[in-house]
Write a protein that binds this ligand. Structure first.
Ligand code: C2E
Ligand code: MG
Ligand code: MG
Ligand code: MG
Length: 282
């Protein structure tokens, strides 16, 4: 009987494995076709200048709408796109689309709007990466100063020497570089003085629970102070309450982004906001 149970368990286990592998394979084959089938689109989440209250720009966030699966979150498919190398093509599409869109808004009269684009580790390490950035600028006609590339600490720390070279080349081009999800990485701060970055983006895990008299406020305060000392801009992501935005203003954080200000918006929604000239937060 116990043998049978064991047998059953083995069968069950391998079936489960198969199912997982199937799901992955299926997802991968869908992902391969998604670009050509035009299943991707970008949302744009506003970034606010905390001192003036003005719109500073937006972060482009990819969305995948599959006819059978529905909306698949980037947290799910970006890692798969990385593992399969598909991120190279997807990443180029994101860069080009985001630059074109932002340039369109600039020509509509919002001439100093910035655009932030997430770059994954694999994409950053490709030999053709710089060329791709140049190409996106060329095709859109947007000036490089309006483009910010968001890299995570782990991306940059994979190969510090190489990262410094690429980031220096980006700076020479006039493109800005931001450290995304700051504070969640290896937290070795020594690399900060070697990396010529423009912005630190405080991870939303520190912002989500930000209230007076919490340890999070001590951490956020320290990051902002460090940003001022290093002459880099500091962005807070994941701002969800009025209290948080007030605290961040007091702490002299430069920019903020989050559901309290706006969720990621479809292009048309973003445009409506622009044309109504609505104050993006109150
Ligand atoms: P991220 O770059 O840190 O982007 C911020 C994420 O936080 C977004 O999730 C955004 O929707 C979410 N968010 C914004 N405000 C709030 C808030 O107030 N509260 C909460 N709880 N969440 C907030 P999303 O769009 O699901 O993207 C997840 C991650 O996927 C991104 O994190 C980024 O690492 C990656 N990603 C998204 N688009 C791209 C892309 O085009 N290329 C690459 N390589 N990665 C991307
Ligand atoms: Mg980001
Ligand atoms: Mg982030
Ligand atoms: Mg994140």
């Amino acid at each position: 009987r116990s043998k049978q149970q064991g047998g059953n368990r083995v069968t069950f286990f391998s079936m489960e494995m198969n199912e997982q592998a199937m799901v992955r394979l299926e997802l991968e084959s869908y992902l391969r076709k998604a670009l050509h089938k035009e299943e991707f689109y970008l949302c744009y989440q506003p970034l606010i200048d905390l001192e003036s209250g003005n719109l500073y720009g937006s972060e482009a966030l990819i969305r995948w709408n599959h006819p059978k699966l529905g909306l698949v979150s980037p947290g799910e498919f970006i890692p798969l796109a990385e593992e399969t190398g598909l991120i190279e093509e997807i990443g180029s599409w994101v860069l080009r689309t985001a630059c074109k869109q932002n340039m369109r808004w600039q020509t509509l009269g919002y001439d100093s709007l910035s655009i932030s684009v997430n770059v994954s580790a694999y994409q950053f390490q490709q030999p053709g990466f710089l060329k791709e950035v140049k190409k996106a600028l060329e095709l859109s006609g947007m000036e490089p100063q309006y483009l910010t590339l968001e890299l995570t600490e782990s991306t940059m720390l994979r190969n510090v020497e190489y990262s410094i070279q690429v980031i220096q080349a980006l700076q020479a081009l006039g493109v800005k570089v931001s450290i995304d999800d700051f504070g969640t990485g290896y937290s070795s701060l020594s690399y900060l003085k070697d990396l010529p970055i423009n912005t630190l983006k405080i991870d939303r895990s520190f912002i989500n629970n930000l209230r007076l008299n919490t340890s999070d406020i001590a951490i956020v305060k320290a990051i902002i102070t460090m940003g001022h000392g290093l002459a880099v801009k500091v962005v807070a992501e994941g701002v969800e309450t009025k209290e948080q935005i007030e605290l961040l203003k007091e702490l002299k954080c430069h920019y903020a982004q989050g559901f309290y200000i706006h969720k990621p918006l479809m292009t048309t929604e973003f445009e409506e906001g622009l044309s109504k000239k609505v104050q993006m937060y109150s």
